[in-house]
Design a protein around this ligand. Sequence first.
Ligand SMILES: Nc1ncnc2c1ncn2[C@@H]1O[C@H](COP(=O)(O)OP(=O)(O)OP(=O)(O)O)[C@@H](O)[C@H]1O
Length: 277
Amino acid sequence: MGHSGQGMPQGPQPLPGVQHVVAVGSGKGGVGKTTVSVNLSVSLAKLGYRVGLIDADIYGPNVPTMLGITRQPNIIGENRIEPLQAHGVKFISIGLISPGDKPMVMRGPMLHQIIRQFLQQVEWGELDFLIVDLPPGTGDVVISLVQTVPLTGAVVVSTGSSVALQDARKALEMFHQVNVEVLGLVENMSQMTLPSGEVIDVFGAGGTEQTAKQFNLPFLGSIDLDPRVREGGDRGLPAALGTEESLRAREFAAIALKIAEKAKEVAARSEDVLEIN
Ligand SMILES: Nc1ncnc2c1ncn2[C@@H]1O[C@H](COP(=O)(O)OP(=O)(O)OP(=O)(O)O)[C@@H](O)[C@H]1O
């Protein structure tokens, strides 16, 4: 980058009132990372946590559609942004500042500014979890993120297919490089159950759990391939909103619970370290 020192603050600063910042990454595009981010946010809110969601996926900022609100956020006072709110989740999206179907063409410094703005200029209020939906692949956004705030950890989403897992491993390596603890892996589009009850293994179910084992990382659970998940996303009514009878809602809730536990564990550990010092 070569511009260090230029207006750069002292290093990552915690956001006042925000307990845990958790990034969701994937490596490969199209594995359902945004779907998982949105549904996990809704599940965490249903569990009673105060949740914010930053849609930093420059290539596919679909969070507003999936949460059912696509209007522009309000500006409060001089330069504070009021987050949008749907299904108990406060959110902001990079899609809202690039209106229409125009592709987002952005240079690194501008992207860095936007990430900082989303973290620091949005009126998040008190949050237990601030989830960040990263763009697929490795890179810039994560670096901007870790330069701005301390992260509690990251969640990596993959399907069970070899190619998706190959890219997921790169995401794991990236988090390792920037010193972000991986809270665990999630397998999306795991299996598909036909109305007849027949189960089809589309992407190689179980592959993500095996990869988690290889890397000695927690496996947080899987979500099956289900047209209702896609429909929910398209209609702005995430599957996680479903009642106890909804299998998908239960899968998302179980994963959300594990993420909450892991996040608290990690935070407790880093507090211990601070006390020892
Ligand atoms: N478990 C699932 N069952 C059925 N459809 C799903 C499931 N998960 C995601 N989808 C659908 O797959 C498509 C891709 O999902 P999504 O946009 O969440 O992927 P992504 O990994 O965030 O993509 P990208 O990061 O490349 O924009 C969407 O149409 C979504 O509704």
